[in-house]
Design a protein around this ligand. Structure first.
Ligand code: HEC
Ligand code: HEC
Ligand code: HEC
Length: 464
């Protein structure tokens, strides 16, 4: 090699080392900094921001030929797996970080998997030191205590990403009673054959146990019906998150041509108005009278009662060590070890984020091979609402409460047993093949998530 090339290479090395050192020093957070700012600095110095945002500011050497292809792939895969932007925004404004994001970052820090070890020495300049990792974990604990106080759990479980179901959430009893009746009222459908309860039976786990629901005139929908139990804890309703609240949600089915098939709420109001006794009771609670707004509000008030506390798992979290069997406790440990408790975090153990179905393996390709059927509109998930390509195949994660009763599983209702749903989750979302024994333990644990409605343990009449 010519001396001049050697000098150039040496010079390049010096520049890279200087850049790395400069960055490490410049982004080392000091103790006097406010906690949120300190955490933001750590995420920056760990390269987290470079790999986990839509438009990262690449380091200057990212344009060098080999570095470029490696870095580009990291960023594409990293952003697909995790969008750190909402967390940074929350940090900047002092607001609550999403529980799922907290759980995911916590898990990667505990496992030591981020930043990607094989790369940070080469080009990202900084790993997460033990000290920075500890700062992150402390901050996550404090942030949870501040925004998601886990007052129901025993002290040793206060910092878990999953929390017990509260005994009740606030609702108006008189309105909820009217909502209960509307929920069971077939006058909400065009031909008087279908009520909400047809597809979300309270004695069938809040679902219909069908792959696709059967609506008016025997028409089939295009996605599986999720449960109404604990839906109040979801951050948005429907697989694609198109309804922000339960009342918004309740306006959907009556006008859906394949569900209840009404032309408008005026049609429903006209039918109900003929029922003098009902109108009298209704206007006692809602002086403004029957309308889309009041009908859906009453249904929401009723749905707010559909919380199911006191499952064996809840009792266990509250400190009763005998509430779960040894195998269920083992299943809970595996549930955390295999990252299930990240996407399935919070009170409902899900319902708080949009997640790509097939994070680690191509679910839809495998399904096509097996079922010999192509993609459906329902498979588009969140994309149907946003049109953003990253949102395709991304679904509002289902909660896992009472999941033993709510078969079949997934948005396409394609999975019949809970065992299969568990082992496929490990394969497609976590990138792991579980042993039969591990699947059995996790499934056993999921059976401990069946709670009580109005003091009685939920059962599913279809399973008798
Ligand atoms: C060099 C690019 C890169 C850097 C730097 C990086 N990540 Fe990642 N991250 C990835 C990739 C790639 C994946 C997807 C891994 C996979 O699918 O196997 C990922 C996945 C994740 C996930 C999703 C959970 C998971 O295991 O899939 C989280 C959370 C995460 N990273 C957080 C972080 C944090 C926090 C930092 C900073 C300490 C960080 N990342 C730094 C590339 C990066
Ligand atoms: C014909 C069957 C059918 C009827 C009738 C029906 N639903 Fe649904 N429900 C579904 C299906 C299917 C979905 C999922 C649709 C989607 O995500 O696009 C759903 C979704 C929901 C959700 C969202 C749950 C979640 O986790 O996202 C709630 C809440 C709900 N329905 C309540 C109701 C109420 C209240 C009524 C009556 C006003 C009703 N449903 C009528 C089938 C039905
Ligand atoms: C990356 C996020 C993510 C991780 C990690 C994850 N899940 Fe899921 N889970 C989802 C999503 C999204 C769905 C819905 C998939 C669909 O409908 O196509 C789901 C669905 C499920 C269902 C079916 C629920 C229903 O009502 O249809 C079960 C059971 C489940 N997950 C269990 C687990 C277990 C056990 C693990 C750990 C091995 C796990 N999940 C890990 C995101 C995740």
């Amino acid at each position: 090699m010519k001396t001049s090339s050697k000098i150039i290479i040496a010079a390049i090395c010096v520049v890279v080392v200087c850049a790395i050192v400069y960055r490490a020093v410049n982004t080392t957070p000091s103790k006097s900094m406010p906690a949120d700012e300190r955490v933001a600095k750590i995420l920056d110095s760990g390269g987290c921001i470079d790999c986990h945002t839509a438009e990262p500011s690449l380091p200057f050497y990212a344009n060098w030929p080999i570095a470029k292809s490696v870095i580009t792939k990291d960023i594409v895969d990293g952003y697909k797996a995790f969008d750190i932007e909402p967390m940074l925004v929350a940090l900047g404004s002092g607001e609550a970080v999403n529980e799922v994001d907290l759980a995911k970052v916590e898990k990667t820090v505990l496992d030591g998997t981020m930043p990607l070890a094989k790369y940070y020495l080469v080009h990202w300049g900084s790993s997460l030191t033990k000290k920075k990792a500890a700062v992150l974990l402390d901050w996550i604990r404090d942030h949870r205590a501040r925004f998601y106080p886990n007052t129901l759990a025993a002290p040793e479980f206060a910092n878990e990403s999953v929390r017990p179901v509260p005994d009740a959430v606030e609702y108006d009893p008189a309105k909820a009673e009217l909502g209960y009746r509307l929920y069971h009222d077939t006058r909400l459908s065009a031909d008087g054959t279908i009520s909400c309860a047809t597809c979300h039976g309270l004695n069938t786990g809040g679902v219909d146990n069908l792959k696709y629901s059967e609506g008016i005139g025997g028409q089939l929908g295009g996605v599986n019906a999720p449960t109404v139990y604990n839906a109040v804890f979801n951050f948005a309703q429907f697989w694609d998150g198109r309804a922000a609240t339960l009342a918004d949600q309740a306006a959907g089915p009556p006008l859906n041509p394949v569900e209840m098939g009404c032309k408008s709420f005026d049609e429903i109001v006209a039918r109900l108005s003929k029922d003098r006794a009902f109108v009298k009771e209704f206007t006692a609670a809602y002086p403004e009278g029957l309308s889309q707004a009041t009908i859906t509000d009453a249904i929401e008030q009723f749905e707010r009662t559909l919380v199911t506390p006191n499952s064996p798992f809840d009792l266990y979290l509250k400190g009763d060590k005998t509430a779960m069997t040894a195998d269920q406790i083992k299943g809970f440990e595996l549930f955390k070890e295999y990252s299930c408790a990240t996407c399935h975090a919070g009170v409902n153990m899900g319902g708080l984020s949009y997640e790509l179905m097939g994070q680690r393996a191509d679910y839809f390709k495998d399904r096509e091979l097996q079922e010999k059927s192509g993609l459906t509109d329902g498979d588009n998930g969140r994309w149907a609402q946003t049109g953003i390509e990253r949102d395709r195949f991304r679904f509002r994660t289902p909660g896992l409460r009472n999941v033993a009763l709510t078969y079949p599983y997934y948005h396409d209702g394609s999975v019949k047993t809970l065992e299969e749903a568990v082992s496929m989750m490990a394969r497609y979302q976590v990138g792991e093949e579980l042993t039969e024994e591990q699947v059995a333990s996790i499934t056993d644990f999921l059976h401990a998530l069946t709670g009580q409605y109005k003091g009685v343990t939920l059962v599913n009449d279809n399973m008798k």
